[in-house]
Design a protein around this ligand. Sequence first.
Ligand code: AMP
Length: 280
Amino acid sequence: MRIIYDANEMHSIADKHREWRKIIGFVPTMGYLHEGHLSLVRQARRDNDVVFVSIFVNPLQFAPNEDFDRYPRNLKRDEELLKREGADFLFYPSVEDMYPEGFQTYVEVEKLTKVLEGKSRPTHFRGVTTVVAKLFNITKPHKAYFGKKDAQQLIVLKKMVRDLNMGIEIIGMPIVREEDGLAMSSRNKYLKGEERNQAVCLFKALKKTEELIAGGEDDVSAIVSEMRKVIEGYPLAEIDYISVNRISDLSELERIEKGNTLVSLAVRIGNTRLIDNMWF
Ligand code: AMP
């Protein structure tokens, strides 16, 4: 596996692979890799001739009060894991290379980013779409892999690709979980002792929803109130939102629509904000 630090060099490597008619698979990440990330790399390895992975902690998607500075990093370990998975190129640019002085061009998906995570983090998705558009321009993938863990991100990026005719296939992959059900996340590292135990409440609330829906419940307010009850059983948990939305346009639902429903929530455990979701 080669590590490429420079955007121009990565761009030429992508051009060469296009010239050679290679199918390029791309997995963008912020590093501190876990099994969730690696499941995307594995799928990319199965589907493509060449696999590019990027690691870039993107300052543009963090608000000033968020954890950009303390976001966990471990390049050496990430490198080993990616080698083991058979990634071909790791793109690892600097902030200065991605956002040189005078940078002023942004990509924004309008409506889909105003709800859910966008309400709590109003500048977040503009940062995500801008960096992903840049990464797509640099790596020229045929297919790009994203986790359903960040459900709204996946939906927003699919929209961006369609609206801007980027011609890239966006592939959404299942959420990988710890043994107790906690969705894997680089931020789980922040959870200490009892916080880690109580972090399972998001999954427990979603499991409750799964049971209710399987039992025929389709009333959203009843489901949300049951989810609240589950989370209230965990004293360290503070709910940011619980929401039930139509997958196609993220509008709020009053009744479950089978095959088109996203149940998602954000919960604070101490200082750590966790998100999770299920698709029904
Ligand atoms: P991040 O490094 O957090 O930006 O994540 C990079 C990619 O990995 C995104 O597409 C995430 O949705 C995906 N991802 C993160 N955690 C998981 C998980 N537990 N299961 C599946 N995909 C994940």
